[in-house]
Design a protein around this ligand. Structure first.
Ligand SMILES: Cc1cc2nc3c(=O)[nH]c(=O)nc-3n(C[C@H](O)[C@H](O)[C@H](O)COP(=O)(O)OP(=O)(O)OC[C@H]3O[C@@H](n4cnc5c(N)ncnc54)[C@H](O)[C@@H]3O)c2cc1C
Length: 378
């Protein structure tokens, strides 16, 4: 079969979630991935899926992701995640605004005094003016296992999953996508094409002559830390320093913060850790960890993230390309919102207008592109 209701371009967290949700609703779906599933930003992420986000709608999206990942993991026999819970350390004066998005989404939480935080993260230094907010359903995802789990689930659901397809396979004619060449052999056609190529959307669309979706690609990094002994703690985020950390098995941890360096192409973001970044994380940890000498940096990696001028995702029709839709601009936390944005993308394909996320909102505002990224810098 070469004709589908929906052709999804990109097999990261978003494309996989979208393919799954669409197939579950009975659509005939093909998923085309240039490499292997989760070989893009998803595979380079820190794997954190938390409900503790500052926007109400983001919490709702993360809740959907947790639900969908559980469904795929349990339903198809590969649990590619661990339910870990999550702890945010905030100054007490910011407690209300931290818990409000949780409350309005009916997410249960516990507030911990500074001296209670060590029960969950024994090595974390919490100051007297700080409190911990603890949630329990948050998870940590193993992205390579995730690719395997979704491949199996999608195959079972009848989705055509085409991997190793290269990047230049999209055929456009007369302002319309005419098909995607699969393995250089057959043209796959869809009633709708969803560009879920993450940070690659920008170059992909640029190559097709489409410039109406302003996106900035930037470099994200994570540091791997090794400790002498096995560490068991709840993944956490320290609001003041934007520092997050989570255990990764065998005495290792992953840590990072909101650093952003704008790059031209996603590949430019895959050149590994920067010395200054490692130094910065080490300094933050020295402030926050009771025994910093118990940790040493033993690796890490980098990858591309992408963002829109106003920081909200772009979901919906691609101006100037009939029958085509985009999901992008997920910043440094797109894994955790994947199912939420995928659900909206499906609604857009079904004809629903999403003015808040539409690419049309950027008409004439392209010059603000760099501004938001600055705000996320170290
Ligand atoms: C270092 C780092 C740490 C991060 N940590 C977290 C975290 O802990 N939690 C979190 O929620 N988010 C995190 N993120 C952000 C998160 O990884 C992304 O927001 C999310 O993975 C985006 O998913 P996606 O499916 O949109 O993109 P991707 O995962 O990049 O998927 C797009 C796919 O499209 C493919 N593709 C590209 N071009 C084509 C083409 N022409 N045809 C077909 N396929 C194509 C790519 O190979 C890729 O697999 C992190 C990112 C980085 C880099």
């Amino acid at each position: 079969m070469n004709s589908y209701d929906i052709v999804v371009i990109g097999g990261g967290a978003v494309g996989l979630s979208l393919s799954y949700l669409a197939a579950k609703k009975g659509y005939r779906v093909a998923l085309v991935e240039s490499g292997h599933l989760c070989s893009g930003a998803t595979g380079r992420s820190a794997g954190i899926v938390t409900l503790q986000l500052s926007l109400e709608e983001d919490v709702a999206m993360a809740a959907k992701t947790i639900e969908l990942f559980r469904e795929v993991g349990k339903g198809f026999g590969t649990e590619f995640y661990r339910t870990t819970g999550f702890l945010t350390l905030v100054p007490e004066r910011m407690l209300e605004e931290t818990i409000e998005p949780l409350r309005s989404n009916n997410v249960g939480y516990m507030v911990l005094r500074a001296d209670e935080v060590k029960r969950y993260v024994p090595f974390l230094k919490a100051h007297d003016h700080e409190v911990g907010v603890l949630t329990s359903n948050d998870m940590v995802v193993d992205a390579s296992e995730m690719g395997r789990a979704f491949r199996y689930a999608l195959n079972e659901m009848g989705v055509s999953v085409i991997e190793w397809n290269g990047r230049g396979a999209i055929h456009v004619e007369g302002g319309e996508v005419r098909g995607v060449m699969a393995n250089g052999q057959s043209l796959i056609k869809g009633d709708a094409y969803v560009f879920a190529a993450g940070p690659w959307n920008k170059t992909l669309l640029g190559g097709l002559g489409i410039t109406g979706v302003p996106l900035t690609v930037y470099k994200c990094q994570v540091v791997r830390l090794c400790a002498e002994r096995t560490l068991d703690y709840v993944p956490f985020y320290v609001m003041g320093e934007h520092l997050y950390m989570r255990p990764d098995g065998n005495g290792t941890s992953i840590a990072g913060n909101g650093y952003a360096r704008v790059v031209e192409r996603p590949e430019d973001a895959m050149d590994g850790l920067e010395k200054e970044y490692v130094q910065h994380i080490a300094e933050l940890l020295a402030e926050r960890v009771l025994d910093p000498s118990g940790f040493r940096v033993c690796g890490g990696w980098s990858g591309p993230c992408s963002i829109t001028p106003d920081g909200y995702p772009v979901i919906g029709r691609i101006p100037g390309l009939r029958g085509a839709y985009i999901v992008d601009g997920l910043d440094g936390y797109g894994l955790m919102r994947a199912a939420g944005v995928a659900e909206l993308a499906l609604k857009a394909v079904e004809g629903e207008e999403l003015p808040k996320y539409s690419a049309e909102r950027f008409k004439g505002r392209e010059e603000q592109e760099e501004l938001v990224v600055e705000l996320h810098s170290v």
